[in-house]
Design a binder for this molecule. Structure first.
Ligand code: GRF
Length: 204
């Protein structure tokens, strides 16, 4: 399975995915990293990991649609079958989503549908949540909304501070995202409405 990762910033999830593919021999090839920010740290990680980066500059396009049409052209040129969003800070247009229906995945650092959008870890922390976590889901036309594949909860003890919580959540992300990738590559997921059913490997 030929995969593209989209990122805008740090890229720790991108790196975790690349390393997991190699370590666990997942039958997938992360062949390209797409970034919309020239100086995204993900780009440096990609270089180290030997993965091609393509920077698409949003300022060169007159609309979100024009930008996404260029992304689509790249996806087709690279023969991409699955797209993993990993800290990609831009909403994909319905035009793009429809053309990669159920083939775009996102990771979110909270238990959706709580704390959609940016700064989710911080917002859950200051909201006084006792439990938060990580969600991996299919991408649909609305933000942080598509069918949920897996979630991992995390209990927020009174003694934990925000920095610690952030690092714990990222650690969970780095384990959960590759797990989902493996399920997809092994064709273990079935979507029915909002529900995602997971078959075990033997199909039982
Ligand atoms: C992660 O917390 C992810 O859940 C969210 O953006 C963050 C990206 O982090 N969508 P990184 O760039 O992968 O380090």
């Amino acid at each position: 399975m030929n995969i593209a990762v989209f990122a805008s910033g740090n890229g720790s999830n991108f790196e975790a995915l690349v390393r997991a593919v190699k370590k666990r021999r997942i039958k997938a090839k992360i062949s390209v990293l797409i970034i919309d920010k020239k100086n995204a740290f993900a780009r440096i990680r990609a270089k180290k990991l030997g993965i091609k980066t393509i920077f698409v500059d949003p300022r060169l396009f007159k609309s979100a649609l024009a930008f996404d049409k260029e992304l689509l052209r790249l996806m087709r040129a690279e023969k991409i079958e699955l797209i993993l969003l990993a800290g990609y800070m831009r909403m994909l247009t319905p035009y793009f989503v429809r053309r990669y229906k159920n083939k775009i995945i996102n990771i979110h650092p909270a238990l959706l549908p709580a704390f959609k959008g940016t700064n989710a870890i911080e917002r859950a922390f200051y909201h006084g949540c006792k439990i938060t976590g990580v969600t991996v889901h299919f991408v649909d036309e609305k933000m942080d909304h598509g069918p949920i594949i897996l979630q991992e909860p995390f209990i927020i003890k009174d003694s934990i501070d925000l920095a610690e919580l952030e690092s714990k959540i990222h650690k969970l992300e780095h384990a959960l995202y590759p797990k989902v990738l493996e399920l997809i590559v092994n064709k273990q997921l079935r979507i029915k409405g909002r529900k995602v059913f997971i078959r075990n490997k033997t199909g039982l």
